[in-house]
Design a protein around this ligand. Structure first.
Ligand code: ATP
Ligand code: MG
Length: 151
């Protein structure tokens, strides 16, 4: 069950840009095709969640940068925003179920479930999801999954 993840991103690009008109979504994709093993609908859900968060938690910014690439035998996506950022002591907690950071953005609607679901999906693909952030400057969420998860 392989699918072309570059094609998936290309297809998502247009609809995500239309539904997030406040930000320019910049896609960096080094290849024209890349077949990976996994559940395309779930991977799509991860990408949508990360981009939706990036837009939501960067209300004063106007760009989000999505970069796809390969790291050894893994496929990697990063989603970078220039938003509110996350304090160091909160970094691990954002992946917990129903956890939401207490901050200026707390009034924004959300359940605190999006990243938990992303983490479940990525883990089930034998991959990992993590974040780097500078408080007040922005965040970059990364996920990596094996290109052939059965290998
Ligand atoms: P939803 O369930 O609708 O996704 P949510 O966005 O609050 O609600 P998560 O996506 O799980 O939930 O994110 C958890 C928390 O992590 C958020 O409430 C927010 O505090 C923080 N967070 C997530 N993404 C970012 C980001 N790009 N920049 C800053 N904080 C973020
Ligand atoms: Mg969310």
């Amino acid at each position: 069950t392989g699918f072309d993840v570059v094609r998936l991103l290309t297809d998502l690009r247009e609809i995500l840009q239309q539904t997030n008109p406040s930000h320019r979504l910049i896609f960096n994709m080094p290849f024209e095709t890349l077949f990976i093993n996994g559940d395309s609908q779930r991977i799509e859900q991860v990408i949508i969640n990360l981009i939706t968060n990036a837009v939501k938690y960067s209300p004063k910014a106007d760009e989000v940068i999505i970069t796809a690439g390969v790291n050894g035998d893994k496929f990697r996506v990063s989603v970078q925003d220039f938003g509110i950022g996350i304090q160091p002591d909160q970094l691990d907690r954002v992946f917990s179920r129903f956890y939401r950071v207490e901050n200026l953005a707390s009034h924004m609607s959300g359940l605190g479930i999006g990243l938990y679901i992303c983490n479940e999906i990525v883990t089930r693909h034998n991959g990992k999801l993590w974040v780097e952030s500078e408080y007040g400057k922005g965040s970059t969420f990364y996920f990596e999954i094996p290109i052939n998860m059965d290998a």
